[in-house]
Ligand binder design. Structure first.
Ligand code: DOR
Ligand code: ZN
Length: 429
């Protein structure tokens, strides 16, 4: 039997306790003191959270193993405090069949650092036309419950309606990248506003996101099914989600760490590190997103970790790939932005980074309270540590890190997956 004793951890802000883990399960909580032969993890002064769960990770395998592999992305996730990640379907080939989903699952298990749960594509090849094998993916060993064409919007309302009807049967969910392609030109690459005009960059208006969110919550109501809004980026989308929840519509939403902090002003230097889809928005949107995360309108933080190789990112702004790294910095960004400012307490962080995403994704072993009988998936955080982000220290294969050089308060100290320490102080254990 393997035994792990975690001493003196503050359980999501509710007081210091010891935790005994036997064979991957929490078997005692309280004042334990010592346990003969157990591996000991001293956690005095640290906050213990249920293991973080990321609803939105791009791992690039198969197809772009130069940018990230399932193993390298899993390592970055473990160091970032995650015990489970949902791997987006926009790989090459796309995860649109049962076999493809099982392959992602198996590669995740082989890496063995976090639970890698494949997201299935909504449409074949992400082409937006024909539904992918939703039922077969769900019935496969991968038990896919979350479907998304992320990177692209399921923009045909008829296709979206069918997908919602289909997943309703097994309580699946469609995670929508809300962006009407007809309201945003195909060359759009930043927020449409005064600045984009000055910079001469074609922009996406917030309304391109908001109209799809509004349409989709109505489709969710009509079908009695469940929709999740990926990376909400505007105050208007927040308003729609708030309204829909008040009506009892089954909608959930996520926000990325970058949309909680970074604004469109960063584009003034044309640095493609800050090119992301949906784009960075003005401060008013950032403020609305923070408030919505604090009041529960937005359910979860999801990274949209989007690694890109140098030769795809280091281009003129208009030609560079969309996306930024996020797994290793997410907890520090949320701590610095939401906890240090008093917008969320640690129980709130546990909710938005673990229990809510686990519930949305239907991941049973994750997001559980740190009580006797729960699987020992947990993250230890030093709330007072100051970190200066260094992109060269990353375990990701890519370097498109928008946080490079920033000082943030709060850091992951250790990650435990079913009783096994997977990472400590920024390195694999
Ligand atoms: O910035 C982004 N990058 N947004 C997306 O929706 C897709 C992602 C990617 O796959 O690179
Ligand atoms: Zn997306």
């Amino acid at each position: 039997m393997s035994t792990l004793l975690i001493t003196g951890a503050d359980l999501a802000g509710s007081g210091a306790q010891d935790l005994l883990v036997e064979d991957g399960v929490i078997t005692r909580v309280g004042s334990i003191g010592s346990a003969g032969g157990a591996e000991v993890l001293e956690a005095d002064g640290l906050v213990a959270l249920p293991g973080l769960v990321d609803l939105h990770t791009h791992l690039r395998e198969p197809g772009r193993e130069d940018a990230e592999t399932i193993a390298s992305g899993s390592a970055a996730a473990a160091v970032g405090g995650f015990t489970a990640v949902l791997a987006m379907a926009n790989t090459n080939p796309v995860t649109d069949t049962a076999e493809a989903a099982e392959r992602v699952l198996d590669l995740g298990r082989a890496a063995g650092l976090v639970d890698v749960q494949p997201v299935g594509a909504v449409t074949k090849g992400l082409a937006g036309e024909e539904l992918a094998e939703l039922g077969l993916m769900h019935r496969s060993r991968a038990r896919v419950k979350v479907f998304s064409d992320d990177g692209k919007c399921v923009h045909d309302a008829r296709v979206m309606r069918r997908a919602l009807e289909y997943v309703r049967a097994f309580r699946g969910v469609v995670s929508q990248h809300a962006q009407d392609p007809h309201l945003a030109g195909s060359s759009a690459c930043c927020h449409e506003g005064e600045l984009s005009g000055r910079l001469g960059l074609p922009g996406w208006p917030g309304i391109a996101e908001e109209t799809i969110v509004a349409r989709d919550v109505m489709l969710a109501r009509h079908t009695g099914s469940r929709v999740h809004v990926a990376h909400v980026s505007t105050a208007g989308s927040v308003e729609v989600v708030r309204w829909a929840k008040a009506q009892g519509i089954d909608v959930t939403a996520e926000v990325t760490p970058h949309h909680l902090v970074l604004t469109t002003d960063l584009l003034a230097g044309y640095d493609p590190t800050f090119k992301v889809n949906p784009p960075l928005r003005p401060q008013e949107d950032v403020d609305a997103l923070r408030a919505a995360l604090a009041d529960g309108t937005i359910d979860a933080v999801a990274t949209d970790h989007a690694p890109h190789a140098r030769h795809d990112k280091e281009h003129a702004f208009v030609d560079a790939a969309f996306g930024m790294l996020g797994l290793e910095t997410a907890l520090s960004v949320v701590s610095d932005t939401m906890v240090r400012t008093g917008l969320l307490d640690w129980a709130g962080v546990a909710r938005v980074m673990s229990s809510n995403p686990a519930r949305i994704a239907g991941l049973e072993g994750h997001g559980r309270p740190l009580t006797v009988g729960s699987p020992a998936n947990l993250t230890l955080v030093d709330p007072d540590a100051r970190v200066t982000v260094d992109r060269s220290a990353s375990l990701s294969l890519s370097r498109n890190n928008p946080w490079h050089g920033r000082s943030l308060q709060g850091a992951v100290e250790a990650t435990v997956l079913r009783g096994t320490v997977t990472a400590r102080k920024g390195a694999l254990a």
